[in-house]
Design a protein around this ligand. Structure first.
Ligand code: ATP
Ligand code: LTN
Length: 327
């Protein structure tokens, strides 16, 4: 039996290179080896305000991105979270075994609620990690491939699985995070101490997967670099290290090799090359996106939900029985 993996991305903004290198690129590699489920987590997206038409458009676009990056619907299931209502139902049940301080200490909640003031943060934003635990636990997921920023959430899913099992008997598998060391944290182009994020206010901080060649060249040129001029991969030069990481992951070359290629060259030479490496990845990807029609993608999502729903139903029924609901 293959191990099961589950992961998802929110349709809450433009996807960027960090999402690709930190998450989707790994999924593509894992799909041959694992029983894989990839979700478009629209219910997570609405934990912060979304414009309805935009949300709908973006959900389909995320699915297109999965496909254009190489996720194969013959090998995996791809679906939209809100199409399987069991996610919300299980989240409610898990809420009842989650303790308030467990959610209060979540870094993501602290960061996101601080943005517009804690008073205006929604209960949904607070409860986000419980819905995520529900996504994972519904499918007996063993491994969750994500970027490093999600570790705390997966830890909570483990805690809830164990707590439920202890109280009601063996029901859930305690999942583990699967984090690829490289790419685990691509940093913002304008600040190497902040992760590249799609909710960033400054457009120059990230490379969107939809950026055209000119924009990529402009953004890479503007990216902050450290003092000095030598191309070296080191913790002393975090901004440059981040750029070398991006180069390294896209070209499948070791950072040391890249250092060597650029010995004696200047930051500007490296940046020019890096922009071309990014464009070389983006252009064929964008062409594949254009070739995917909405109807084709909707059919894939419908099939994905059809395939996945029975698993969710079965698990939820087991849970309901165990906790004493009349079923
Ligand atoms: P937001 O900033 O709105 O919270 P995000 O850019 O972090 O969004 P998510 O939908 O939360 O995007 O994340 C999707 C996946 O991409 C997750 O697995 C996450 O760990 C990964 N990811 C996001 N940003 C980065 C990054 N800068 N480097 C590596 N992986 C990332
Ligand atoms: N919070 C996640 C998105 C997400 C997810 C999941 C990831 C929602 N549910 C289940 C893995 C498994 C993020 O990556 N920002």
């Amino acid at each position: 039996m293959k191990k099961r993996i589950f992961s998802g991305i929110k349709p809450s903004g433009d996807l960027h290179l960090g999402n690709y290198l930190g998450a989707i690129k790994n999924w593509v590699k894992l799909q041959d080896e694992y029983d894989s489920i990839f979700c478009v987590v629209d219910m997570h997206a609405i934990t912060v305000p979304q414009e309805p038409e935009m949300l709908r458009k973006r959900a389909i676009e995320i699915a297109k991105i999965y496909l254009a990056c190489g996720i194969d619907p013959q090998k995996c299931s791809i679906f939209i979270q809100s199409h399987i209502s069991e996610h919300a139902e299980l989240a409610w049940i898990l809420n009842t075994i989650t303790k308030i301080p467990e959610l209060e200490k979540m870094t993501q909640f602290k960061d996101k609620s601080a943005k517009n003031g804690r008073e205006s943060a929604s209960v949904g934003l607070f409860d986000y990690p419980v819905l995520m635990a529900s996504d994972i636990l519904l499918y007996n997921t063993q491994l969750v491939p994500v970027g490093e920023d999600q570790l705390q959430h997966i830890e909570l899913a483990r805690t809830l699985a164990k707590r439920f099992n202890k109280r009601f008997g063996d029901t859930f598998f305690a999942p583990e995070a699967y984090i690829q060391k490289e790419g685990m944290r691509i940093m913002a182009l304008d600040n190497p101490n902040k992760k590249m994020s799609k909710s960033s206010q400054t457009e120059n901080s990230y490379i969107s997967l939809s950026d055209n060649a000119d924009i990529v060249r402009r953004k890479v040129k503007k990216a902050v670099t450290d003092s000095g001029s030598e191309i070296v991969y080191s913790d002393e030069k975090l901004a440059l290290k981040n750029l070398i990481n991006i180069y390294s992951l896209l070209e499948n070359k070791m950072p040391k090799e890249i250092e060597k290629t650029f010995t004696g060259k200047k930051y500007a030479d490296f940046k020019t090359e890096l922009a071309e490496v990014i464009i070389k990845f983006l252009q064929p990807f964008q062409k594949r996106m254009m070739d995917l029609s909405d109807n084709k993608v909707l059919k894939i999502l419908e099939d994905g939900a059809k395939k996945t729903r029975p698993l969710a139903k079965k698990k939820l029924e087991e849970v309901k029985k165990k906790i004493g609901f009349v079923v």
